[in-house]
Ligand binder design. Structure first.
Ligand SMILES: C[S@@+](CC[C@H](N)C(=O)[O-])C[C@H]1O[C@@H](n2cnc3c(N)ncnc32)[C@H](O)[C@@H]1O
Length: 255
């Protein structure tokens, strides 16, 4: 069973927005007179929300930052949490390259940037202890969950982004909406379908032996995609068997 860890107050004190901004500048600002990009500025409160969650998982774990983009989370974990084993997975070559360059800018930061798809088990390191995925868009969230479950990764900290049609369960979720006579009003139907997708993801983790907590990690004014899945592996139990039954019913779709 994964036991939650209590980081030192000094570590938690380093996770304020001013320290995060300073660390982002060290990685991403290439000239003294230039500044962070608007999307990096927008990340600051999100990082201030997610880093304390990571800090409470394990001391210096093997971290996978999945669907990492330019790897702000992995790089902040290396710099501000002092984590020494960080693997970044990103499928867009330009973003992977940018993450590599950013890591090389800061002495003492070692990050292994891997270009590839999160759904490909060969890209993942052996023995990952914590996986983080901030704003893993569409099916990337599901690829991360599936690989983490397959490898029994003890901790999963993940935030979904858009709910594209690429999400495998979305067709079944729409079939449930039809079966249950959900209003055809687009915003009402969309919320229902997204909630079913979130339900399927939660039950999938629980069925695989994880305890799951879903919580807002920043205000919705910062990002509308502000729900964070925190899952820690406790192994099979009566609870996971019940979750499996419910999960199977949802994924089968209406008969
Ligand atoms: C919304 S961005 C978030 C990036 C970063 N985690 C952050 O919070 O700044 C999503 C990233 O995931 C990458 N991505 C999407 N699907 C992926 C997949 N299947 N495998 C690897 N990376 C993926 C995209 O290229 C993009 O860089």
């Amino acid at each position: 069973m994964s036991v939650k860890y209590a980081p030192s107050p000094e570590v938690l004190a380093r996770l304020d927005e001013a320290s995060i901004e300073e660390a982002l500048r060290a990685f991403y600002v290439t000239h003294g007179d230039s500044s962070l990009r608007p999307e990096e500025i927008k990340k600051i409160p999100q990082l201030a929300g997610i880093l304390p969650v990571l800090a409470r998982t394990r001391p210096d774990p093997l971290l996978v930052d999945a669907a990492a983009g330019r790897a702000p989370v992995g790089l902040m974990a290396a710099r501000l949490l002092g984590w020494s084993k960080v693997v970044v997975i990103e499928r867009e070559p330009a973003r992977a390259k940018s993450a590599r360059r950013a890591a090389a800018r800061v002495p003492g930061v070692e990050v292994d940037v891997r270009e590839g798809d999160v759904a490909d088990p060969d890209v993942w390191p052996e023995g990952a202890e914590v996986v983080v995925a901030l704003h893993a868009c569409g099916g990337a969230f599901d690829g991360v969950v599936d690989q983490a479950v397959a490898a029994s990764v003890p901790w999963v900290v993940a935030v979904p982004c858009c709910y594209a049609n690429a999400v495998a369960f979305s067709d079944v979720a729409r079939a449930w909406a039809d079966e249950l006579g959900v209003s055809p009003q687009a915003p009402v139907r969309r919320r229902f379908v997204e909630s079913l997708i979130d339900t399927e993801r939660t039950l999938r983790l629980e069925a695989a032996g994880y305890r799951v907590s879903v919580q807002a990690f920043v205000s919705p004014a910062v990002t509308p995609h502000n729900l964070l899945w925190k899952a820690w592996r406790v192994g099979p139990s009566r609870r996971s068997a019940e979750a499996k039954k419910r999960w199977e019913r949802w994924v089968k779709g209406p008969s």
